[in-house]
Structure formats: C-alpha cells, structure tokens
Ligand binder design. Structure first.
Ligand code: NAD
Length: 256
C-alpha cells in the first residue's frame, strides 16, 4: 500500500524515540534520505546508527523545535545536505506535568505549548517556503486523539496544544493546497512508547494502569509506534495524493 520514498528527503522531528524513531526507520526502509531532529543528542544519533546499520541514509541535527533559530537552521541543513525537503513529520512533543487546569503552572503551560504547538508552527514556517519553491511537498503534524473528543483530564496544556495543532494544520492546508503542499494531522490513541512507559512507571499507586488503559480501547490493546509510523508514511506518500487538511485518527476505536 505504501508508496516508495526512494529519492525523497524526509524530515522527522522527535526522531530519537517512540513514534518518531519508528517513523524515521520506516521512511529509511522505503528508500528515503532521512533527517532526524531531536533535542536529545544520544537518542537521535542512535536512530541514525540504526538506519545506517540496516537500511540507508540519514543525518542527525540537534534541534529544539520550540526555538525559531534552531528550526530555521534545521531546515536549511536539510536542504543544504540533501538538496530538498519533500516530506516532514512534525512529531516532537511532550505530555508535560499532570495537574488539573487550576493547578497547572505557567511554566508547564508555556513549555508544553511551546514544544507541541509553537514547534509545529515553526517547523511549517520554515518548511513551506522550500516546498513552495520546489513545487510541492507533504507535511504531517502530530496531534493526538486528545486533540479531538478524547480529551485528557489533568493534562490541560497537552489537550489544548493537540486541539490547536488540528486547527493550525487545517489553516495551513487551505493556504498551500494550490502550491501542491498537502498538510495533514495525525491523531494516535494509546501508543506504548517511552513517553507512556515513564508515565506509567511514575504512577506507583496504580501499577496495572497499563492494562486499565488497554481495556478502555475497543480493540483491547495499546498501539505500537510502528503502527503509527505506517500511517505517517501513508499520509506523506503519493497514495494519499488527495488527502489534505485531514486529522487522521489511529486509535483502535478509542474516539469512536
Ligand atoms: P517519546 O517521548 O517517545 O518521543 C518524543 C521525542 O520528542 C523524544 O525523542 C524527545 O527527545 C523529543 N522532543 C521532546 N521535546 C523536544 C523538543 N523541544 N525539540 C525536539 N525534540 C523534542 O514520545 P512519543 O510517544 O513517541 O510521542 C511522539 C509524539 O506523538 C508526541 O507529539 C506525542 O504527543 C504524540 N502522541 C503520542 C501518543 C502516545 O500514546 N504515545 C498518543 C498521541 C500522540
């Protein structure tokens, strides 16, 4: 089903872990030259080593997606190295600290919004001009099922950021459709990644939280990073040539 990415240049932010790493590996498997961006150096370098050891070509660029100067440099480095930027998976994100809306600190609010929302905007801000110049491209922005109807209690900043990513994605999709740039959002449900694992391990009062959450999903299980990676590939591929401005849910039936 998934089209080949041979000859394509693909950028994945948050590519050092979880969904981002699985996606970077999958794009490379399909022939893409992959730019792995992450704030975590060791993790990002490790993803590149895994790509080089198994499939192909990749570079790592240390980037904090909430910083305009770093994102600008990342996109320039991508184009300088590989001559183009065909697809971007703006995936980097954090959950932030768990607290009620009234208890959420300004620091937590700003950090989550800066990475999850401003980070996605900054990535598009610097990706789009190159894509326009080269005559098109495909962008996938990471939202979440929590960006739709499955809002998360005790994560107000996260939920707000993921809702906002969908609005931002649709606005940009309208603006650049005629420039040949497709822009979609991806909304995973419960995906078992290092982000989730550390949250579950911190929650000592509820050691079977993992099973409790799995039981909330109609399919009765967590999704895997690889299952989300395949959908990121689909949305970036020519197979999805008429999919634009869409928020695609991949959640085992959670939102339904
Ligand atoms: P993860 O923690 O395994 O990976 C996130 C990666 O983003 C890490 O490598 C981290 O270093 C990087 N990152 C964090 N802040 C960054 C910054 N400022 N600049 C650049 N990189 C940064 O998490 P994951 O579960 O793979 O999540 C990836 C994305 O998927 C996030 O946006 C998350 O909100 C979203 N998501 C995850 C789930 C889930 O259940 N795991 C569900 C819905 C959406």
């Amino acid at each position: 089903m998934v089209a080949t990415f041979t000859g394509k240049v693909v950028l994945v932010t948050g590519g050092g872990s979880g969904i981002g790493r699985a996606s970077a590996l999958a794009f490379a498997r399909e022939g893409a030259k992959v730019v792995v961006a992450d704030v975590a150096v060791e993790a990002g370098v490790d993803t590149v080593s895994k790509i080089e050891a198994t499939y192909g070509e990749a570079i790592f660029v240390k980037t904090d997606v909430s910083k305009a100067a770093e994102v600008k440099k990342l996109i320039k480095k991508t184009v300088d190295t590989y001559g183009a930027i065909d697809c971007a998976f703006n995936n980097a994100g954090i959950k932030g600290v768990s607290s009620s809306t009234a208890a959420c600190t300004e620091e937590n609010w700003d950090r989550v919004l800066n990475i999850n929302l401003k980070g996605v905007w900054l990535c598009m801000k610097y990706q789009i001009p190159y894509m326009r110049e080269q005559g098109g491209g495909a962008i996938v922005n990471m939202s979440a099922a929590a960006g739709l109807s499955n809002c998360l209690e005790r994560f107000p900043a996260y939920t707000a950021s993921k809702n906002a990513v969908i609005g931002l994605t649709k606005t940009a999709a309208l603006e650049y459709a005629k420039a040949g740039i497709r822009i979609n959002a991806l909304c995973p449900g419960y995906i078992y990644t290092p982000m989730v694992e550390s949250e579950i391990h911190q929650n000592h009062q509820n050691s079977d939280l993992k099973d409790l959450m799995a039981n909330k999903v109609p399919m009765g299980r967590w999704g895997t990073p690889e299952e989300i990676a395949e959908i990121a590939l689909f949305l970036c591929s020519d197979t999805a040539s008429y999919v634009n401005g869409h928020a695609m849910v991949v959640d085992g039936g959670l939102v339904a």
